[in-house]
Design a protein around this ligand. Structure first.
Ligand code: GLN
Length: 502
C-alpha cells in the first residue's frame, strides 16, 4: 500500500480511526520507504523493529480516541527519548541513552504515536544546513546537491521525502521554519513557553522552542494540539488555556490586518523573493485581509543580537559536557587534561566557535559591552513588535532570503551562513509564534516559503491565515524519488553481479 505515504497526517488518522487501514500497514509502509532512503542520511537511530511491535500492539487493542492512533513518527534527535539513544548530532553524546523522556515526545506517545527513530540535526542545533552534524550532512529530497536547511534538516528531509507522516523540530533562531521553507513543507515555531523544553537538549534556553513540521497547515494544528502543554517541569512553561487548534482551524480571515515590515526588504535579496512576497500579499487580499505597511526599526540589529545572546547561553549550557556526566570521555593524565581532551575531541568546529564567542561576551570586561547591550537591544526588538501589533493582527515576511543553497556552499563562511536567519531570528528574540508555509518555487523549481508572525499565543490566528493562503497557493512539492529508483536499479544490477556505488 505505497499510497499510504502520500496521505497527510490528518488523513491517516481518519483512515485508522475508520478502520480502513491498520497501524501495522502504515508503519510497514514508512519503514520500507525509510530503508530505501538511507542515502538521504536522515536517521541517526532507527527503532523500526520496536515500532512494528508497537503497531501490532496498537492494532490488537486499538484506542481510537487518541489524537495520533498508532501513527508512526520520527523525531529530531534533540529530544531525549527514554532508553533510545539521543545524540543531538554530536560526538560528545554519541553513546548517550537518556533515562527519561522529554515532555513533548511523551505527549506524542501518550496521544498514540509510535517512535520510528531519531532524525539527524546540526550539532546541538547550531547551524542552518545540517552540515555541522557529527553524523554527516543530510541530503534534500528536492535535489541531491542541496542542503535541507537546519538545524532540523533531518526532520525536514524525512518529512518531504515521506519517511514519516509528520515530525517535530526545535527552533532557536529559525531551525523549524528555515528547513521547512527549503523543503516545501510547513514549519511552526510556537510562542516561547507554549511547548515544554523539559528533556530537549539545551542550546539557548531563552530562545529554544519545539514545534510541528508537517505537510500541510491542518497537520500543523493537529500536532500542536498534541505537543503544546503546560509543564511544571519547565519553569518557563506557561499555563494558559490552549485552544483546540485543529477543531478551530478555519479560513475566515476577512478584515484581518496584515503588516508588511519595510525593513525586511533587505539589500541584495533576489528578485524572486520579492515577487513571492508580493504574491503573498495578493493572496491575502483575495481572502479579504487588509495589507498595512509597518515598521520594525530595530530589525537590522536582530542578527548581531542573536549571535551574542545565543552563543552566551550555549556556552553556559554546554559547560555540563565534561566527560563525567554524559557520553564521550577522552583519557587524560589528570582531571583538567581529561576535561580539555574530552571537549576538544567531543565538540565540532561550529560548537567550539559558539562556545568561544559565548565565553568571550560573558567574560568580565566584555559583559556590559556585549551581553548586556544585546539584552537591551533584544527588548527594543520586542517593543517594535508590540507596537506593530497595536496596528495589525499578524505580519507577513519571506521565510528566508533565498531558496536552499548547495551542500558545501557556505561551510567556509560562517557569517554568510548566519545571514540566512535574518527573517527568522527576530521572532525568537521576541518570543513570538511564526509559521513558514510553502508559497512558490524559484527558477530551478526549489521551494520558497512565506512566514506569518503572530501575537504572543495567537497560534490559532496565524494557523488560520496560513490555512487560507495555502488554499490559494495550492503548492505542489517537486520531489522526485531518484534515490528509491536508484536503490531498485542497484539491487537488480547486484543480482547480475554488477556492483555500483551511490
Ligand atoms: N541557524 C541558527 C543557528 O545556527 C538557528 C539554529 C536553531 O534555530 N536551532 O543558531
Amino acid at each position: 500500500m505505497s499510497n499510504l505515504i502520500d496521505l497527510t497526517l490528518s488523513e491517516l488518522v481518519a483512515k485508522i480511526k475508520s478502520k480502513e487501514v491498520l497501524s501495522t500497514e502504515v508503519t510497514k509502509a514508512y519503514i520500507e520507504r525509510s530503508k530505501l532512503s538511507k542515502k538521504l542520511n536522515t536517521y541517526v537511530e532507527e527503532t523500526f523493529e520496536k515500532a512494528l511491535e508497537n503497531s501490532k500492539k496498537f492494532d490488537s487493542k486499538p484506542d481510537f480516541n487518541k489524537k495520533l492512533p498508532g501513527i508512526p513518527f520520527a523525531v529530531k534527535d534533540l529530544f531525549c527519548t527514554k532508553n533510545v539513544k539521543t545524540t543531538a548530532g554530536s560526538k560528545i553524546l554519541e553513546n548517550f541513552t537518556p533515562t527519561y523522556e522529554s515532555t513533548v515526545t511523551k505527549n506524542l506517545w501518550d496521544a498514540g504515536a509510535i517512535l520510528l527513530g531519531k532524525l539527524n540535526c546540526d550539532e546541538f542545533a547550531m547551524g542552518s544546513s545540517n552540515e555541522t552534524s557529527y553524523f554527516g550532512n543530510v541530503i534534500s529530497p528536492i535535489d541531491d546537491n542541496l542542503v535541507p536547511g537546519g538545524s532540523s534538516g533531518g526532520s525536514a528531509s524525512a518529512l518531504a521525502a515521506r519517511l514519516t507522516p509528520a515530525t517535530i523540530g526545535t527552533d532557536t533562531g529559525g531551525s523549524i521554519r528555515q528547513p521547512a521553507s527549503f523543503t516545501g513543507t510547513v514549519g511552526l515555531k510556537p510562542t516561547y513557553g507554549s511547548c515544554s523544553r523539559y528533556g530537549i537538549v539545551a542550546f539557548a534556553s531563552s530562545l529554544d522552542q519545539a514545534g510541528p513540521m508537517t505537510r500541510d497547515v491542518s497537520d500543523s494544528a493537529l500536532l500542536l494540539d498534541v505537543i503544546s502543554s503546560f509543564d511544571p517541569k519547565d519553569s518557563t512553561s506557561i499555563d494558559f488555556k490552549r485552544p483546540n487548534y485543529f477543531a478551530d482551524l478555519n479560513n475566515n480571515i476577512k478584515g484581518k490586518k496584515i503588516g508588511i515590515p519595510k525593513e525586511y526588504r533587505v539589500e541584495g535579496m533576489p528578485d524572486e523573493i520579492d515577487k513571492l512576497w508580493e504574491k503573498g500579499k495578493e493572496y491575502l487580499k483575495d481572502c479579504g485581509a487588509e495589507i498595512i505597511d509597518i515598521s520594525l526599526p530595530h530589525t537590522n540589529y536582530a542578527l548581531p543580537t542573536y549571535y551574542i545572546v545565543a552563543p552566551a547561553e550555549a556556552s553556559s549550557n554546554l559547560a555540563r559536557y565534561d566527560g563525567v556526566k554524559y557520553g564521550f570521555r577522552a583519557e587524560g593524565t589528570n582531571l583538567i587534561d581529561m576535561y580539555e581532551k574530552t571537549r576538544s575531541q567531543g565538540f565540532g568546529d561550529e560548537v567550539k566557535r559558539r562556545i568561544m564567542i559565548g565565553t568571550y561576551v560573558l567574560s568580565s570586561g566584555y559583559y556590559d559591552a556585549y551581553y548586556l547591550k544585546a539584552q537591551k537591544v533584544r527588548k527594543l526588538i520586542k517593543n517594535d513588535f508590540d507596537k506593530a501589533f497595536h496596528k495589525v493582527d499578524a505580519i507577513l515576511t519571506p521565510s528566508t532570503p533565498s531558496s536552499a543553497f548547495k551542500i558545501g556552499e557556505k561551510t567556509e563562511d560562517p557569517v554568510s551562513m548566519y545571514l540566512n536567519d535574518i527573517f527568522t531570528v527576530p521572532v525568537n528574540l521576541a518570543g513570538l509564534p511564526g509559521i513558514s508555509i510553502p508559497a512558490g518555487q524559484d527558477k530551478n523549481n526549489y521551494p520558497l516559503g512565506l512566514q506569518i508572525i503572530g501575537k504572543p499565543f495567537d497560534e490559532q490566528g496565524i494557523l488560520n491565515i496560513a490555512r487560507s493562503m495555502e488554499e490559494k497557493i495550492n503548492f505542489k512539492n517537486n520531489i522526485n524519488d531518484w534515490w528509491i529508483k536508484w536503490v531498485t536499479i542497484n539491487t537488480w544490477l547486484k543480482k547480475m553481479g554488477i556492483s555500483m556505488k551511490l
